[in-house]
Each structure stands twice: as C-alpha cells, then as structure tokens.
Design a protein around this ligand. Structure first.
Ligand code: SF4
Length: 335
C-alpha cells in the first residue's frame, strides 16, 4: 500500500508519516509551497526540510508550488480567517484536494496528515477536521495517525492497510505526546515549534491587508512583505528599508526593473531602500528623508543618498542630500 503524506516541515507531519511507514506502508512525502512561508535568504535553495525528511523517512521530499491557487484564498476564504489573515481551513482543503488529484497518478491509496485534534484553535477542532475531510472529498481516505483513535475508522484501517491499535489518541494543545513519540521513534533535530505560516503573524497580516486594499496583491509584492521596514508613501507607492546587512542585500536582489533603489553614498553607513510604484519628485525626496533617518549621520545634518531606477529610465545615478524625516511623520507612514 502507498500513501501520500503531507509534510509541513514541523514535527507532527513527520511523526504521522513515520508511524504509517513503520507499519509497512510506502510513503510519498509531499510539501506544498505557498507564498506565505518564511523567506529563504537570497533565494538559496533551503534543503533543511528535504534532508530532515530524507533522514527520518528515507524518502525524497516532493514539492509542489500552489502559490497561484493560494493567492485567491486570502481574498475571500469560504471558511473565514483565524486570528489574523490565516485561512487555515480553506488552506488545508486546497492542499488536500491537490493531493487527492495525485493519488491515481502516484498509484497511492490514501492520504496522511499530522493533524492533532484540538492542537490549534481554528483548524484542528473536531468540527473543522470534519469539514476539511468532507470539503476535500476525501471521506474515509484521510488518515490522521496521531489522533486516529478519536475518530471513526477510515478505509485504511478497515481494510487493515494500517493497524488501528498502533495509532494514537493525541488530543489538545500539549506538545508532550509528540515529543515523547519522537524520542521513541528516534526522531531528533526537528523544528522547535508547531507554528503556522506568516499569515498567523499580526504585523505581516496588517501589511498584507494594506496590499489588498491598494489592489497590489501579487506574489512579488508578498515576497517583499517578508523583509524590512515598510512605509506607504501614496496609494500606489511603497518604500521598504533594510534593517540589516542581510536585508539590504535581499532588497538589492529583489529589485525589479521599474523599482527605485536608494543606497548611501560611500563613507556613509546606512540601509538600502527599495521603492516600488509611481514616483514623482516629492516621493523621491520623501524616500530620501526616510532613508536619511536610518543612516548613521554622526554629526552631519544631512545624508548623501544615491538613487536610481533599475531600468535606467532616470538619468543615473542621482544624488540627493536629505534631512531625516521627523518621527511623527515617519510613524504616520509606517505599516
Ligand atoms: S497556518 Fe498558514 S499554512 Fe498553516 S494551515 Fe494556516 S494558512 Fe495554511
């Protein structure tokens, strides 16, 4: 027998996959990429999850990018949002529907997840888990090994593809049962928390709402939300200020042809800033004032800032001398 096991990168999904694998089921670990995962630095491939899966399941992790489908979800999720912009129930249904489509192609009979009854307020209470199973049209074919004994028997249990008595009845928010099981199964070096994606974060959600309100929701803009300080300068224009050396490099990496890049003159310590949207002279000046606020001016009153557009449509490079913006105005622009 073969099962597609959904891998989130946390401990629970690996435990669930390992439990069924140890019962002799062939597992196909599958991870869905969504636009709201933590950013990987400089687009370097992050192999942490792949090697974690390989080490513990002995299988290669398969990845599928569902970013396009996912963008629609944050606009109007059928089952609503969690505490922030996280549409957890619809997110799970979307992933399970995708996985279901792959059952035939990958010659697998059922799907395994690491969901635990009561572990999360929005998406893992009993009613939510039932809705997820029903709306993904997987009734009977979705096995949750960590809480299976608290639910009716599934097809894999009825057909004896897995032994129900060796599954679990984990219930509630405590992580202790999972930690004990990990120790028993020899799984170490797992991620600490069972935290969700960036949509569960208040500040990220506020920035995302701002994008939606200004009709600027797209994958590239979402990627930018993950780094820097964000300022809305006009309905169409934003400035993002790097907070450290790594973010400065990230911003330079993410700059698009039509973006502005602001950098400190040589001998001046300061951030890189990325400007996206429609700029006029006033907005360029405002951007320089914001950037000046974050430069190390020592005793100088003004910062010397160089800026240019990636597509060279502005005579480049331009140089500006800018006084730092006052804190009150800065706060009024901050996202
Ligand atoms: S926390 Fe994010 S990735 Fe996890 S279920 Fe919710 S929306 Fe989906």
């Amino acid at each position: 027998m073969k099962a597609i096991t959904l891998i989130s990168g946390g401990l629970d999904s690996i435990l669930a996959a390992k439990v069924v694998k140890d019962q002799g089921v062939e597992v196909i670990p599958l991870n869905f990429k969504i636009p709201f995962c933590q950013r990987k630095k400089n687009a370097q491939p992050d192999n942490t999850m792949s090697s974690f899966v390989k080490n513990n399941l002995g299988e290669e992790l398969r990845c599928m990018d569902i970013s396009k489908d996912f963008m629609e979800l944050v606009l109007n999720p059928k089952h609503g949002f969690g505490s922030n912009m996280n549409p957890c129930i619809d997110c799970k249904i979307t992933m399970l529907k995708k996985a279901k489509e792959l059952l035939g192609e990958w010659n697998a009979q059922f799907i395994v997840t690491g969901e635990v009854l009561g572990q999360r307020p929005m998406s893992q209470h009993r009613r939510a888990l039932q809705v997820i199973e029903k709306d993904s049209a997987l009734e009977g074919l979705l096995l949750r090994p960590l809480s299976a004994k608290l639910f009716p028997e599934t097809v894999p249990e009825k057909e004896l593809w897995v032994r129900r008595e060796e599954l679990f009845n984990f219930n509630g928010r405590s992580r202790r049962p999972q930690i004990n099981l990990a120790r028993k199964l020899g799984i170490s070096d797992y991620p600490n928390s069972a935290g969700g994606c960036l949509l569960t974060d208040l500040q990220f959600s506020n920035r995302l709402r701002d994008l939606i309100i200004h009709r600027q929701l797209n994958i590239e803009n979402v990627e930018l939300l993950k780094i820097g300080r964000h300022f809305r300068l006009s309905a169409s224009t934003k400035l993002i200020v790097g907070r450290n050396e790594i973010e400065n490099k990230e911003l330079e990496y993410l700059v698009k042809e039509t973006d502005y890049l602001f950098i400190p003159d040589q001998d001046l310590a300061g951030p890189a800033c990325l400007g996206r949207g429609e700029f006029n002279d006033q907005l360029v000046e405002l951007s320089c004032q914001i950037m000046s606020r974050y430069c190390d001016l020592n005793d100088a009153k003004r910062a010397r800032i160089i800026y240019y557009r990636k597509d060279n449509s502005v005579t480049t490079p331009c140089v500006a001398e800018a006084f730092p913006i006052c804190e009150g105005k800065l706060d009024s622009l901050r996202l």
